[in-house]
Design a protein around this ligand. Structure first.
Ligand code: FDA
Ligand code: NAP
Length: 443
């Protein structure tokens, strides 16, 4: 996996989710065609032991929120061997899938597709390897590359050297302020793992906080999987709100929308974001809303309501008590404080962007900031750096403030990967750091 000679890698990628996987494929497709001198060397580090895409939420019956045509490659290169259709063909399901007449495969199937694609570029990835620190490589007063300290599960640290860095660390689970995850307080991102590990009898009551796609899927899953249990859904809205996936609004996910958003002044960016927040945030697929309503109504008819919707309720406190969790919430119309005890509370309360500055450490000082302290990013997803930095830091994700709503999503992943790859290729003529690609740092 190390580089021949004394050259650093052209690219070190942090994280190997769909975003950096799409980039690895763009790079691989370039390398197989290019003359040896024009090939780019890369390694991607991924802390999970194998490829995994939100494994904790691979719920039975959950479908994709994006067309299969927005896979890892099609919008960049429909002739690629890494399309979802190529995957289907190889799995022997192409005709069956066509008869299925859907654009939205099950998440489990798309996970299998992503794993299959990751298998095709396995030589570029180190699994079970976490990037823990980044340093700048200086040459004659200029920054000409980066070091990335990586740690394997046994604690051994190594240092990788790269000219350019592509950070694709994904999102971080977000819990309500003051709430800490525990034995009985989970974030939905860990749902299936925690259910598997959960010891003792299943709770008689589950509480799910939130009204987004995750919250609705979790409520649905628990309600089906534990037919004797009560599932209480707490959220501030009046009801789950449907995701706007109508065709005109869907254009906010088009590649050209990134150009428009990027060029727009801040107040226009904010307005566009507010108009179309409902294409992605705090919203639920209409079919699932209707299914939950149908079940809730049938329970009313039967006289035993297991699915309890506690709407217009603001969560005040979530804390462990003996044998369970107490959730205090306020019924917003009256201000009444109510307490609810359950066996487990699942916070389906969304995600925050990756902590880029945290990973960069002191090297974050090389990034320019806007007047609100946010990292400045060029159109090609390269961080704007202070003068004297000739190496690149590229962001896959964390660019919602500059590039718009597709920043953390799959929709534009293929095109974004192509744009980043083109930029990496064009800018490689800038001199690289004269250091060896890899050294052992700490035993
Ligand atoms: P992603 O989070 O997938 O990958 C980041 C990777 O980086 C992870 O594997 C992580 O382990 C690794 N990593 C982080 N820090 C690291 C470090 N320091 N060192 C090494 N590795 C590190 N979007 C959409 O458009 N359509 C959809 O259908 C869905 N569906 C969906 C379902 C669920 C349950 C969730 C939670 C989210 C979605 N999304 C979605 C949005 C989602 O963000 C998107 O599908 C991709 O996961 C984004 O891919 P990334 O590679 O950017 O992040
Ligand atoms: P989300 O859309 O951000 O929704 C978070 C929910 O939590 C919202 O209802 C929000 O309240 C609530 N919330 C946030 N902070 C809270 C707090 N402090 N107290 C109480 N409630 C709080 O997050 P998500 O549902 O996890 O979805 C994230 C992304 O993953 C989306 O892109 C979604 O499409 C995707 N996803 C896809 C699938 C799939 O493909 N099948 C499945 C799950 C998720 P408000 O309602 O007041 O905003």
């Amino acid at each position: 996996m190390s580089q021949p000679g004394d050259r650093p890698y052209d690219i070190v990628g942090v994280g190997f989710g769909p975003a950096n996987l799409a980039l690895a494929i763009a790079l691989e497709e370039h390398n197989v065609r290019a003359a040896p001198a024009d090939r780019l060397s890369a390694v991607f580090v991924e802390r999970q032991p194998e490829f995994g895409w939100h494994r904790g939420m691979l719920l039975e019956g959950a479908t994709m929120q994006v067309s299969f045509l927005k896979d890892l490659v099609t919008l960049r290169n429909p002739a690629s061997g890494f399309t979802f259709l190529s995957y289907l063909k190889e799995r022997g399901r192409l005709v069956d899938f066509i008869n299925h007449k859907t654009f939205f495969p099950a998440r489990t199937e798309f996970h299998d597709y992503l794993s299959w694609a990751a298998g095709g570029v396995e030589h570029l990835v180190r699994y079970g390897t976490e990037a823990v620190a980044v340093g700048a490589v200086e040459d004659g007063g200029d920054v000409t590359g980066f070091t990335v300290t990586v740690r394997d599960p046994s604690g051994v640290e190594r240092v990788l050297r790269a000219r350019d860095l592509v950070i694709g660390g994904g999102l971080r689970p977000s819990l309500p302020e003051g709430v800490r995850p525990s034995e009985r307080i989970w974030h939905n991102s860990d749902l299936l793992t925690r259910l598997k590990e959960h010891e003792g009898p299943a709770p008689e009551r589950w509480t799910v906080i939130g009204a987004g796609q995750s919250a609705a899927e979790v409520a649905d899953h628990l309600h089906r999987a534990y037919p004797a249990a009560e599932v209480c859904a707490i959220f501030a809205r009046y009801g789950y709100s449907p995701a706007d996936d109508s065709p005109f609004a869907n254009r906010i996910f088009d590649p050209v929308a990134v150009d428009h958003f990027y060029a727009a002044p801040d107040e226009v960016k904010e307005r566009l974001f507010d108009y179309h927040r409902g294409t992605n945030y705090s919203v639920v697929d209409l079919e699932l809303i209707e299914e939950l309503y149908r079940r809730s109504y049938q329970e009313k008819v039967r006289g035993r309501e297991r699915l309890r919707i506690l709407n217009t309720c603001r969560v005040l406190e979530v804390r462990e008590i003996a044998g369970g969790v107490r959730t205090a919430y306020e019924f917003l119309p009256t201000g009444e404080r109510i307490e609810l005890d359950s066996g487990v509370v699942i916070c389906a309360t969304g995600y925050r962007p990756y902590d880029v500055a945290g990973l960069l450490g002191p090297a974050a000082g090389l990034c320019e900031r806007d007047e609100r302290g946010r990292i400045r990013v060029e159109r090609d997803y390269r961080v704007t750096t202070v003068p004297g930095v000739r190496a690149g830091i590229y962001l896959q994700g964390g660019t919602e403030h500059t590039h718009g709503i597709t920043s953390s999503l799959l929709s534009n992943g293929a095109v974004r990967a192509g744009e980043i790859f083109d930029s990496l290729l064009v800018r490689r003529s800038e001199p690289a750091a004269p250091a060896s690609p890899e050294t052992v740092a700490v035993g």
